[in-house]
Design a protein around this ligand. Structure first.
Ligand code: 4AD
Length: 457
């Protein structure tokens, strides 16, 4: 159906006096003695297009005037009587799809909780349209950042036999029916599709390292899956993961790249989505624009895990989980550091080796690894990264200490035998980034169809 995007019909002054066709959904309808007004949206812009119906000229089907109905309108573009932009004087209105009164998206403010129950319709609201426009702009900006900086975009497998994070949080992939009678797990999986136990990848990093140690600088941007039993506002079972991997990079390089990527993305969203960000600033997080502008223009904090623990220990009485050297940082600790102490994003570095993954470079102190988490106010961890252990013997020792099955990692270990180089990278949780720039507090509200514990609508 030939038609014009509403974003163009609204803004393009050269169209004034022209007759155009637009299509969209009715957002509001107002009536007076001589004229009626429809507000239309087709998703292409925040602002709605006002359609003016001169009742002496046009008598549209009443179904066209109902909230949620989809319509086709032919009309003349004129300068808006009030406010900015153009409006349309209707010459012809046709119904595309009627919308009964039970339409759940009514004008009165519907709660986010209610809208989560109708994921197929909630995108018709201003809030969700704004979230998903920002999400799209941010995704494009990710590709642009890496492309402009000489990285190759690679795609790593989603089905894998190796657990990157070693946390046992993999969803199993199987075609085997449930059966008893097998003596061992191995025997059971031998008859499975791949002949071994397989699962959905929690991270593309291990394959990313393969590519980086040949192509130099690569990134992946795709889904990762985690079967962690964390029913929180920042966990999903399926999330989108941005993972650059860089040869010849050490931990400070990894931190520098992570900071530069975040700033680039924030600037892109501020520049390309000004109306959406203004909306979030007014209705979702007061002060959002100031926060983002400040973050994009000032240095992030950096502190070691050991320094962080010293700071946190002083506040132990206020925490549900008191901190000591060696304990994993919980969300409450991450939030305290970034919200109360640094009041900006902060990279925490050099964690105890016992609480981090096997592949991280072991520091000379024998106790810590060259890892970093980037924590941001309101969310906590948004990035996890590290320099990788490039020494074969040290990596084997770390894997043995964790009781890992070495056979599944033969190719990964080979990278340390054939021209091993220092290298590193990080993973940015894309949904957590979108939460940060929109101010949305629940990860399910920045995801089209969120998957989480006991939820697969
Ligand atoms: O810290 P993580 O587990 O790091 C890795 O997976 C590394 N292999 C990445 C790398 O170095 N290439 O995860 C990285 C980020 C987290 O900081 C978080 O933002 C996001 O992925 N993330 C999740 N986001 C939503 N739901 C979950 N269940 C997430 N788990 C991790």
């Amino acid at each position: 159906m030939k038609h014009l995007d509403i974003s163009k019909a609204l803004k393009d002054t050269t169209l004034i006096g022209e007759t155009v066709v637009v299509c969209g959904w009715v957002r509001t309808f107002r009536d007076s003695a001589a004229v009626s007004f429809l507000e239309l949206t087709d998703g292409t812009s925040f602002q709605k297009l006002q359609v003016v119906i001169d009742k002496s000229v046009l008598k549209p089907d009443p179904e066209c005037l109902k909230l949620g109905a989809s319509v086709f309108v032919k009309g003349e573009v004129v300068k808006a009587y009030k406010g900015e932009g153009n409006e349309l004087n209707a010459k012809e209105i046709a119904l595309l799809g009627n919308c009964p009164a039970e339409y759940p998206i009514q004008k009165k403010r519907t709660t986010l909780d209610f809208l989560r129950g109708i994921p197929h319709l909630r995108l018709r609201t201003n809030t969700f349209q704004a979230v998903f426009r920002v999400r799209s702009v941010a995704a494009q900006a990710i590709h642009r950042y890496f492309h402009d900086n000489g990285y190759y975009y690679i795609n790593t497998p989603l089905i894998t036999a190796s657990d990157c994070e070693g946390a046992g949080e993999m969803f199993r992939v199987t075609t085997q029916p449930w059966q008893t009678g097998y003596k061992t797990e191995e025997e059971y999986y031998k008859e499975d599709f791949f002949g071994v136990k397989a699962g959905l990848s929690v991270s593309g990093q291990l394959e990313g390292e393969v590519a980086a140690t040949a192509l130099g600088k690569i990134y992946t941007f795709g889904p990762s899956f985690r079967a962690e039993n964390s029913n929180t506002k920042r966990h999903l079972a399926e999330f989108w993961h941005v993972e650059p991997e860089i040869a010849f990079a050490e931990l400070p390089d990894v931190i520098e790249i992570a900071e530069s990527l975040l700033k680039y993305l924030i600037n892109a969203v501020l520049t390309e989505c000004p109306e959406e960000i203004k909306f979030f600033d007014s209705f979702v997080e007061k002060g959002l624009i100031d926060k983002l502008t400040h973050v994009a223009t000032s240095d992030f904090g950096v502190c070691t895990y050991t320094e962080a623990v010293k700071i946190l220990e002083k506040e132990n009485e206020h925490f549900q989980f008191p901190v000591h050297w060696g304990s994993d940082l919980q969300s409450e600790h991450e939030k305290y550091l970034t919200e109360q102490v640094f009041k900006r994003p902060v990279f925490v570095t050099d964690y105890p080796k016992e609480i981090k993954s096997f592949y991280m470079k072991q520091n000379a102190d024998g106790k810590t690894v060259a890892a970093t988490d980037c924590l941001v106010p309101g969310i906590g961890e948004i990035i996890g990264g590290s320099e990788r252990e490039a020494n074969f013997d040290k990596l084997v020792a770390a894997m043995k200490a964790r009781g890992m099955d070495m056979d599944s990692y033969k190719q990964y270990l080979d990278l340390r035998l054939f021209g091993s180089v220092p290298h590193g990278g990080f993973g940015l949780g894309f949904e957590r980034f979108v939460m940060y720039v929109t101010g949305m507090e629940n990860i399910r509200d920045v995801t089209l169809f969120p998957r989480s514990v006991k939820n697969i609508m």
